[in-house]
Design a protein. Structure first.
Length: 389
């Protein structure tokens, strides 16, 4: 699937940077182009794979390149004011070559949570290609303002895109990791999952042909349910004996694998992907649509295994709209990606909204208390001082 990536804010830019890096290493060509948008000049400078020529600094007249300080209302305002600069850069894209736009943002900060819905809305007005979102939720320990931003942005973002893929930082960060190391590894993990999913059908240059092709239309149809999506992933390294001289000369299949082994491996991987660590943990029962992609060497990709895995996922989710296929790659690993679209039983989102409501109440109460305290502070009792103006 051919994508145009647009990263908004610090987290969005870094995830896009990681996706471009993954695509270059995998040599699959699913990234047609990538753009980074930010209100902070320093965040743009930290990108390694999105060149300066594809970076847009918005809000320069308002915030002078210093960011919006976690104020997502300001982030939305300055992005709306300068969205023409973003669209001008999009106009340079070979849009006829892309299958969809992917707008990426962290939902806890100011620029991403405020600006991403603005950019997505404008893209949908102008282009006929689907506009998908990738929203990254903040961890619980990042603070109430980031939780409030995320809850507000999630509601807006999901309305402005054709489908919103969600990644929950809180479910993935490891205890004791530094922020830089932790988020770096999370970005790489997310890029791997998205990379395998969107690379399907594009090939890795080996010339291998899939038995059951997963192309852009399969992904588009799966995401066509709208709402929120989550992605699962599992992989295993193949235990292949080294081929000896006799095997190479005779063309023998000393390393050929029993079909039952391939079938069992694939069904096991798909179960692990669907029931293990999803990008957004949720109950998979009730998902509207699903897609299974199994990647690996062509000689171990079992059509029977994929069909069994699809049937199992149909039973688990309760929907018949489960698509799937294989993605042959030159690798010593077999990986399974499960995309679940239209999920609704998501405890983290419900918790996020509850915490955001409480945070909003506390902020309002503190504002009222501060205003009353200020009145008391400057009050002079019976004495009267004429105001300056």
């Amino acid at each position: 699937m051919k994508l145009a990536l647009i990263g908004i804010g610090q987290a969005g830019g870094k995830v896009v940077d990681a996706l471009v890096d993954y695509e270059r290493q995998a040599k699959t060509g699913f990234v047609v182009d990538a753009i980074a948008v930010n209100t902070a000049r320093a965040d743009l400078r930290g990108l390694r794979n999105v060149p300066e020529s594809r970076q847009v600094l918005v809000g320069l007249t308002r915030v002078k390149g210093h960011g919006v300080g976690a104020d997502n209302e300001l982030g939305a305002e300055v992005t709306a004011e300068d969205v023409g600069d973003v669209l001008s850069m999009v106009d340079d894209l070979p849009v006829h070559e892309i299958d969809a736009f992917l707008v990426v943002a962290g939902l806890g900060g100011g620029t991403g949570s405020g600006g991403a819905p603005v950019v997505a809305r404008e893209l949908k007005h102008i282009y006929t290609e689907p506009v998908y979102g990738l929203g990254i939720l903040p961890a619980r320990d990042e603070g109430g303002i980031y939780t409030l931003n995320a809850a507000r942005s999630l509601q807006t973002f999901v309305r402005e895109v054709d489908n919103l893929i969600v990644f929950d930082n809180d479910a993935w960060r490891k205890t004791g990791e530094s922020l830089e190391a932790g988020y770096g590894s999370l970005n790489a993990e997310l890029a791997r999952r998205l990379g395998v999913l969107f690379s399907a059908g594009e090939g890795d240059g080996s010339g291998a042909v899939a038995e059951s092709v997963v192309d852009a239309s399969e992904i588009i149809n799966t995401l066509g349910s709208g709402g929120i999506s989550t992605i699962g992933y599992a992989a295993v390294e193949l235990d292949r004996p080294k081929r000896g001289l006799f095997s190479r000369l005779s063309g023998g299949k000393a390393d050929a694998e029993d079909g039952g082994d391939s079938t069992n491996r694939i069904t096991s991987l798909v179960r692990r992907a669907a029931l293990g660590r999803l990008t957004m943990p949720c109950e998979i029962a009730g998902a509207e649509r699903g897609l299974v992609v199994v990647a690996g060497p062509s000689d171990v990709l079992s059509r029977r295994g994929i069909e069994r895995a699809r049937t199992w996922l149909e039973d688990e989710t309760g929907t018949m709209e489960i698509r799937g296929g294989d993605y042959p790659v030159g690798s010593n690993f077999v990986a399974a990606v499960v995309l679940l679209s239209g999920v609704y039983d998501v405890p983290r989102v419900k918790e996020l909204q509850a915490v955001a409501i409480e945070t909003q109440r506390d902020m309002l109460a503190k504002r009222e208390s501060s205003a009353a305290s200020l009145d008391d502070l400057i009050s002079t009792g019976d004495d009267h001082i004429d105001p300056l103006f």
